[in-house]
Design a protein around this ligand. Structure first.
Ligand SMILES: C[S@@+](CC[C@H](N)C(=O)[O-])C[C@H]1O[C@@H](n2cnc3c(N)ncnc32)[C@H](O)[C@@H]1O
Length: 221
């Protein structure tokens, strides 16, 4: 069955990522969008990043989900937090540089802690080895996660823990920051035996039938 995608919301979505390319523009842009129907636009275009991340983390942690400590990076309005809560996870923190997005996330009541910060590659104010898993949906876009983010995310998780990320496969391929730089950072860490690539897969149905997802699951060694 073909899903009906709302064209007005899709235009809004595509022009956002065409027009806002620097970290400052991105944060300002989300602060406006969240007052102007971000969640309903993501529903209307059938954006499924949160569902895919929820399913990845569920496969990795089939039992004792209430004990798994997760940091949701680029948490936005909490769609990933909601998907994880729906799957039985309870200990979830949110991190996002855009305060109005986090304020919206608070309404869903799915996170324990709200961290208003951005992943830049510099160390975050979070101790090493805090989390069992770090999640991230829909942040492989200009002005969002830098390639070096992987190094910092790896620091935040325990040995044996996971990073589960889902993004737009088309943007990943089109943006050298991801296709070359982030892929290179991952390869280097893998060759140094600091992480293992558990999954790198292209999946249909990231946003309707128009965009595919790239799914990445990395394990800290
Ligand atoms: C498209 S939204 C995705 C929100 C949520 N993960 C979802 O799937 O609905 C992207 C989010 O990434 C956040 N973001 C942008 N740059 C970031 C960075 N460097 N570190 C962490 N979050 C960032 C934005 O503020 C925004 O809330």
């Amino acid at each position: 069955m073909t899903e009906q995608v709302n064209h007005q919301s899709m235009d809004k979505f595509e022009s956002f990522y065409r027009d806002y390319t620097t970290p400052d523009e991105v944060v300002k842009g989300y602060a406006e969008w969240v007052q102007n129907g971000y969640d309903s636009d993501f529903e209307a275009i059938t954006h499924r990043g949160h569902v895919l991340v929820g399913d990845l983390i569920s496969e990795l942690f089939p039992s004792n989900r209430e004990d798994v400590y997760i940091l949701d990076i680029a948490a936005g309005t909490g769609r990933v937090g909601q998907a994880l809560t729906d799957r039985g996870f309870r200990r979830i923190d949110a991190l996002d540089p855009c305060l109005p997005m986090l304020e919206e996330a608070k309404k869903k009541n799915v996170y324990q802690r709200y961290i208003n910060d951005r992943v830049s590659g510099d160390p975050l104010d979070i101790p090493e080895g805090t989390y069992d898993a770090v999640t991230c949906s829909a942040a492989f876009v200009h002005g969002h996660l830098p390639a070096e983010a992987i190094i910092e995310l790896l620091r935040l998780i325990k040995t044996g823990g996971f990073i589960a990320m889902v993004g737009n496969a088309e943007y990943w391929e089109a943006i050298p920051e991801y296709r070359e730089k982030m892929a290179g950072v991952i390869q280097k860490l893998e060759s140094e035996k600091k992480l293992k690539v558990i999954k790198k897969e292209i999946k249909e149905g990231f946003i309707g039938q128009k965009y595919q997802a790239i799914e990445l699951v990395l394990q800290k060694l």
